[in-house]
Write a protein that binds this ligand. Structure first.
Ligand SMILES: [Zn+2]
Length: 422
């Protein structure tokens, strides 16, 4: 087999890998790179008619967002493979991207419909055979329905981690690393060179921040990505028996509905159901305007404050120093979230106003920490060649060097367009 890197070389975004087994070609992920106020970037082009299957690791747009471009109306024979939640959440995010993108995208709703018609749902550890090639999905712990992939052919196996979390979360079980002997490993490198705050510490800090603000008469706003992070925060509050009201809004509500339909993919379906159904789901502007004056926690996308009802909540809650804003995800450069964090200002339609609310950031990553990435290498069976991807340049190249030194595996950070023989 051969693997060609189509996008995620020394960067995060637009993941895509083409596996060529001679008689069949299989894509693993095909995502977009969305940058604020800039045209989206796509992975290298492949001819859809030459591809036999595209496997999705998970629903995030940097892994799934370009898949509809393969499903032009006249395509036959190409299949999309993934878990049921991955498909449901991908459609939600892709359709939203089409709706709000101010830039040209080389596909439309019709192509998403066509992708739906060609999709085939797989369970974890349910081998799928494509003309002698065996495909397996394993739980990745990163987002609901998320998977790692193995592709095996003629006694060789490729293992692609996608985005991975081996410690699990309140929402999800840890990644399943029992994938058998492998010959090539494509591993994410997001946090390979940086440390993260331990999870228990982040939970404790967020809880005491939120309690303090509400006890002092304020309201807490938690901008959160609609898929996974919003629900994870609701579950954290529930698990710690948070004594105040929790409110959810925006596209997180649609993600809630999807997740409630797939309880078997959750670590603890009962806690999830309690957390989500006990929260108030905001329906309409009447409640949205009133709730900013009530003692509660409001969870709403967008996680970096770029749009959605988050803009309204930021504007309203910025007005008083009694309120608090808790950022629970990475804030990309040039986003309103980063401006709020670094300069204490909120931006709306180009106008900057001072934010009077207390602003704090808490780390709740869905990725492995540095130590956990090495833990994967400790448990791996075989002596695979390793490709380090999905991190900034240094994260990928330094990680590869460390793997080579520590384990003696051949390892490097590949360039886009590079092909590796397995
Ligand atoms: Zn992801």
């Amino acid at each position: 087999m051969k693997v060609t890197v189509l996008g995620a070389a020394k960067e995060v975004g637009r993941s895509g890998f083409l596996v060529d087994a001679g008689h069949k070609k299989i894509l693993m992920d095909y995502g977009v790179l969305l940058k604020r106020d800039r045209e989206p970037a796509f992975p290298l082009h492949v001819k859809p008619k030459e591809i036999d299957a595209v496997i999705l690791t998970h629903a995030h747009l940097d892994h799934s967002g370009f898949v509809p471009s393969l499903f032009l109306s006249d395509i036959i024979g190409l299949q999309a493979l993934g878990t049921p939640p991955t498909f449901d959440l991908s459609y939600l995010l892709i359709e939203d991207m089409i709706k709000i993108s101010g830039f040209y995208l080389p596909f439309e709703y019709l192509d998403v419909m066509n992708m739906k018609n060609h999709s085939r749902e797989l369970a974890y550890r349910e081998p799928y055979l494509l003309d002698g090639i065996q495909i397996n999905l394993f739980e990745s712990g990163h987002v609901l329905g998320g998977a790692t992939i193995t592709v095996s052919h003629e006694n060789k196996t490729i293992f692609y981690t996608g985005d991975i979390n081996t410690r699990g979360s309140k929402l999800l079980r840890p990644a399943d690393l029992n994938v058998g002997e492998i010959d090539l490993m494509i591993i994410e490198s997001t946090y390979s060179q940086s440390d993260q705050t331990p999870r228990e510490q982040s939970e404790h800090d967020l809880l005491s921040f939120a309690n303090q603000i509400i006890e002092d008469g304020g309201t807490v706003f938690i901008p959160a990505f609609s898929v996974e992070r919003a629900q994870e925060i609701a579950c954290v509050l529930q698990a710690h028996k948070f004594p105040h009201r929790v409110v959810m809004d925006g596209m997180a509500l649609k993600a809630n509905e999807i997740m409630l339909r797939h309880p078997s993919f959750l670590r603890d379906p009962d806690t999830f159901k309690d957390a989500i159904t006990r929260a108030e789901w905001i329906k309409g502007w009447n409640r949205r305007k009133k709730v900013v004056n009530e003692p509660c926690v409001i969870i709403s996308p967008a996680g970096m404050l770029v749009g959605g009802s988050a803009v309204h909540y930021l504007q309203e809650l910025s007005k008083s120093d009694k309120n608090g804003i808790a950022l629970v995800s990475y804030q990309g450069e040039g986003t309103p979230g980063r401006m709020l964090l670094e300069k204490g200002v909120s931006s709306f339609q180009g106008k900057l106003t001072k934010c009077h609310a207390a602003v704090r950031q808490f780390e709740f990553s869905g990725h492995n920490s540095r130590a956990e990435l090495f833990e994967i290498l400790n448990t791996v069976k075989g002596s695979p060649e390793v490709l380090t991807v999905h991190g900034d340049g240094k994260a990928c190249t330094d990680f590869a060097r460390e793997i080579q030194e520590k384990y003696g595996f051949k390892a490097h950070a590949p360039e886009a367009g590079e092909t590796v023989q397995v």
